[in-house]
Design a protein around this ligand. Structure first.
Ligand code: ATP
Ligand code: MG
Length: 280
């Protein structure tokens, strides 16, 4: 499909069915290891896209390419319909891409406010504007219905895993992120904390934010995701609305890279087929 035809099909930037982040033919080689192989993916605003795949499939490598941690070996990206290159995390931040890694990169010895404004502190007459930062941190957490933290002056080291995730996500929201990427946000959480974080992810999407979330937990994926994207051995082998999949078919694609007779119409799959026929 031509870029113009595709734009019309997706409604163009900001339109219904629009694409916030578009990846085309993204490859990443580490020496002889082809961690990503011609990956195509469209990430729409206001929806949760679950990125799944077996260990080593390339999920973390893909989000690191989007987050500006390392440059792809080849391929192109679009942001709001325009070509873009993301060379550093700072450039990703400027576009409105926030990544919440599994280790979260929060500072234990700072309180919630300190963490939420780390590197972007508000100043008043050259001094830290603690009141404004505190109010803003409280408002952001309240806006996301995060009710379990007692005080925003609590040190982060005293928070539970779910609360830490919430702070990391709230920081992204406060930075006005348009795309929030999360690498296994519930992996270390118990049942109620998982429910809390999944609710938070849903609320992000309901605010119009695009969410790209890596998860190995298909229960979580099928309870919150709007779209599914499946990677297998560095390739994006399937992607589409979650309604096109069942947990069983998802497992099949994750483990074999194929779906029954593989008659899916998903674009990623068609791209895969065309590449296979051109022997690329
Ligand atoms: N810095 C690196 N140097 C060399 N090879 C790497 C590097 N990072 C990742 N790889 C390789 O790239 C492939 C994809 O790894 P990646 O971490 O993206 O997988 P993943 O899908 O996130 O897996 P998991 O579910 O286990 O987190 C693996 O074969 C891995 O060994
Ligand atoms: Mg990973």
């Amino acid at each position: 499909m031509s870029v113009v035809a595709e734009d019309r099909a997706t409604g163009g930037p900001g339109g219904p069915g629009s694409v916030l982040l578009g990846l085309r033919g993204i490859s990443k080689h580490f020496g002889a290891v082809h961690a990503l192989n011609h990956v195509d993916l469209d990430v729409p605003p206001g929806q949760i896209t679950a990125l799944v795949g077996d260990n080593g499939a390339g999920k973390s490598t893909l989000i690191k390419a989007i987050a500006g941690i390392w440059a792809p070996t080849s391929g192109t990206m679009t942001w709001d319909g325009k070509p873009v290159e993301i060379h550093t995390p700072k450039e990703a931040d400027r576009l409105g891409i926030a990544t919440v890694y599994q280790d979260l990169a929060l500072c234990d010895n700072l309180d919630i406010v300190g963490n939420m404004f780390l590197g972007h502190e508000l100043l008043r007459h050259r001094l830290l504007d603690e009141n404004k930062m505190e109010t803003s941190a409280k408002d952001t957490l309240a806006g996301l219905s995060v009710t379990t933290v007692k005080s925003v002056r609590q040190l982060v080291e005293s928070l539970s895993g779910g609360q830490r995730q919430s702070v990391a996500v709230a920081r992204a929201v406060m930075r006005d992120a348009k795309l929030v990427i999360m690498d296994e946000p519930t992996a270390a959480l118990g049942v109620s904390q998982t429910a809390q974080v999944l609710g938070l992810i849903r609320r992000l999407a309901d605010r119009g934010i695009a969410v790209l979330v890596i998860s190995h937990n298909l229960n979580d994926v099928f309870s919150i995701a709007d779209r599914l994207a499946v990677m297998h051995l560095g390739r994006m082998v399937h992607s589409g609305p979650i309604s096109e999949y069942t947990p069983q078919s998802a497992v099949e694609i994750i483990t074999t890279g194929k779906f029954g007779g593989d008659n899916s119409n998903s674009r990623a799959n068609q791209g895969q087929k065309s590449r296979e026929t051109t022997n690329d």
